[in-house]
Design a protein around this ligand. Sequence first.
Ligand code: C5P
Length: 220
Amino acid sequence: MRMLITAGATREMLDPVRFISNLSTGRMGYMLAEVARKRKHKVVLISAPTSLTAPAEVEFISVISTQQMLSAVKRCFSKADCLIMCAAVADYRPYTVVKEKIRRAKKSLLLRLIQTPDILAQISREKAGKILVGFSLEDKDYIKRSREKLKRKGLDFIVVNRIQKGGSPFGESKVYGAILDKEGDIERFKGIGKEDLAQRILNKVEALWARRSEKEGGDK
Ligand code: C5P
């Protein structure tokens, strides 16, 4: 398969030296790219900044902001069979980017933010027969909320990472959560490693692709 994978935490600049971002390390997306490559898929990895090295034999595209990631995904999507949006995309960006460094002058500063484009929701309008996988990070009602997200963003699968009490899964070696599909099936995972999770996700993607290809063959 031709797989397009995103990873990392997008950055939204506030002034020339400051940005808004999140704690994602990018490890899950890089692991997916590596495992997919080992399985002989053709992989394009679009990455926001991380401290990781791109896996071998993967086409690597480096981006910084959500807007840049959206442009790169749009450019590559038509040549992909599957998009796995593993990147932790910033939901908001500063309404204006201040041209010069903001000085420490006022006692308080009000920051006005505006929503970034939802890459998955936009791209799913051009989905055709491609497989779309999203990720979701939730605490309360994590299954219900992720189901809604799967529907709203037009996904085939959503990988739910559950926020454990008092913590965040970013940078953790063990993950907890579930993979949901659009038929309503749930596969839960508890305290597994990221490589194991990558294998499970790719098993599902490959199985769906095989079913679709079989059906297409049968329809002809
Ligand atoms: O809505 P939420 O941010 O929880 O959705 C998470 C999923 O949507 C992830 O797969 C993420 O990569 C993707 N996303 C996106 N564009 C955004 C925000 C999130 O594609 N602006």
